[in-house]
Ligand binder design. Sequence first.
Ligand code: RIB
Length: 312
Amino acid sequence: MAKRSLIAVVGSANVDLTTFNDVFPRPGETIFGKKFDLGFGGKGANQAVAAHLCGAKVGMVAKVGSDLFGPATIKNFKSQGIDATYVGIAEGISSGVAPIFVDPNGQNRIIVVKGANDLLSPADVDAAAPLLRKADTIVMQFEIPLRTVYHTVRFAKTNGIRCIVNPAPAQAVDFKKLGGADYFIPNESEAEVITGMPVHSVDDAKKSAEFLLRQGMRRIVITLGERGCLVAGSEGWEIIPAFKVQAVDTTGAGDAFIGSFAVFLGEGLPEKEALTRANLYAALSTTKVGTQKSFRSREEFEKEWRNRAGRL
Ligand code: RIB
């Protein structure tokens, strides 16, 4: 029996308002959409839910608004079995929300309004120290203030805790303040914004990863959608291929990847197997609509893994 991971996520919680349609309105135009879905989202919350469904004990450090969505988000964490002791409510502020538009190929366009996420401060991280100190891995994204991310990386390094930084959505980064992040995991477009180098091919991704390694990150994983992911470290780089699925909605696939990878790694699996499994966990999430509700339980995942891993 693998060791149970204890994952802490310092990150965002949003409510996702997803519209499915073939076309998008032009300025001044009103059109009818085909379908709508309302669900709990936010990159941090999604990663926490994925980690929990994969079997980890998970604690969330986040801030929600004092509107309808805030208490519902906390209730969602609790009902899933995620420790929400350090999810605070910011009075008079709206919760994070994300209008999402999904096209017929399952590709998404997302606008995030950060709301209360933007108030998650270094002091909130310090207050959550009793939870964070127990974690084997701390996971962060960029939907909270970057100063809070930098502070959390410092906390993780000081306390010898593995930290995974998912720089999404992409923003200019002060690499010195992120120095020592154990895993830095952007997708192609995020890598492009952060490095200022185009990432259209595997060769581009390799150059981008080399650049990021030179900035002090220990290991780089660039997720490449249908091509899998590229992992790079001081020893070189490698592509971990993706699994083929029929995608209907890719929203949250990156979060499924990060949350599940943190768990597989925390269980002590070799990195390559953890990445291969995370590729499958993420791919499976694209076969259902929504973010958190498209994520599989560990049992469902293991069944697919047994079917597919033998064919690798
Ligand atoms: O990665 C998908 C997530 O991005 C959505 O749940 C949305 O809330 C935004 O944070």
